[in-house]
Write a protein that binds this ligand. Structure first.
Ligand SMILES: C[S@@+](CC[C@H](N)C(=O)[O-])C[C@H]1O[C@@H](n2cnc3c(N)ncnc32)[C@H](O)[C@@H]1O
Length: 259
């Protein structure tokens, strides 16, 4: 697929999302998806016309990706410790709350976003819903956080699983976001546990994304990383992928079992 048809496809998807809300957002979203102000405006306008909150899902929701995520949730050696999960750039997606709700393993799900509007909407929504987690020790939190600065919230090697649904895509496709995408990847590798994984859900072709991931991960000062890809499936004629980045010294197959 040519770069032109790919960016057209993205524009069409963003435009469709905007048309459902306010078309004047289109250009801002296409060019500035790395900017807090763009997303503040997007989430404000998305919710201004309705009194009932509705989750916004980039690409697809929990059901489409749960088989990639749930097998990676592991009980810790210390029975009191929680499996630490980060939904990075959570927006108003139901992904983090769904993991919290359905995980039999005790988890602490941190849903982080640069937009305080998205974070507040999710906090209010969750308070009004009072979701019961399958494991009563599980925890769920929403935090305003710029993921280029994950180290401000998480210690080194402290997170078991990072999920990125559309966030790196948003940075990579913005006029000034490419550098930020590299910083975010390095921050992820820093805060991930040795046995942990980063999952990126994306519509970017493997030829382009694998090269970018391998090049960025190999940069000086970054610990080595294994990069793999699986197809998630096709939606409205677009193929989606799950990129998994993990530590090559750890046997991930043995850890995650067969899917
Ligand atoms: C394409 S949306 C995806 C939202 C959500 N993950 C989903 O699946 O619907 C990208 C999200 O990344 C957030 N974002 C952009 N830059 C960020 C940054 N530097 N740190 C944290 N979140 C960021 C935006 O606010 C937005 O919610």
């Amino acid at each position: 697929m040519s770069p032109f048809s790919k960016s057209l496809r993205l524009s069409q998807r963003v435009a469709a999302a905007c048309l459902r809300q306010h078309s004047s957002l289109t250009t801002e979203l296409i060019e500035n998806m790395d900017k807090k102000a763009t997303w503040d405006r997007f989430y404000t306008e998305s919710n201004s016309k309705t009194t009932t909150f509705k989750n916004f899902e980039w690409f697809f929701g929990f059901d489409a990706v749960k088989d990639f995520i749930m097998p990676l949730l592991k009980t810790k050696m210390n029975p009191d410790a929680l499996c630490q999960i980060l939904d990075m750039g959570c927006g108003t997606s139901a992904l983090g709350p769904s993991i919290y709700r359905h995980s039999p393993v005790p988890v602490r799900v941190t849903c982080a976003d640069i937009s305080p509007i998205a974070v507040r909407l999710m906090q209010e929504h969750i308070q009004s819903k009072a979701i019961q987690p399958e494991n009563l020790s599980s925890q769920l939190e929403f935090v305003e956080l710029d993921c280029t600065q994950l180290h401000r919230h998480f210690g080194s090697s402290s997170v078991d699983l990072i999920i990125d649904k559309g966030t790196t895509d948003a940075l990579l496709r913005s006029k000034e976001g490419k550098g930020k995408a590299g910083v975010v990847l390095r921050q992820c590798l820093k805060v991930l546990q040795g046995s942990g994984s980063l999952l990126q859900f994306s519509d970017e072709d493997p030829d382009a994304r694998l090269l970018w991931l391998e090049t960025e991960a190999q940069e000086q000062g970054v610990k080595s990383a294994d990069v793999g890809v699986q197809e998630v499936g096709e939606l409205r004629g677009v193929c989606y992928y799950c990129y998994q980045i993990s530590d090559p010294s750890v046997d991930q197959e043995a850890l995650s079992g067969s899917r």
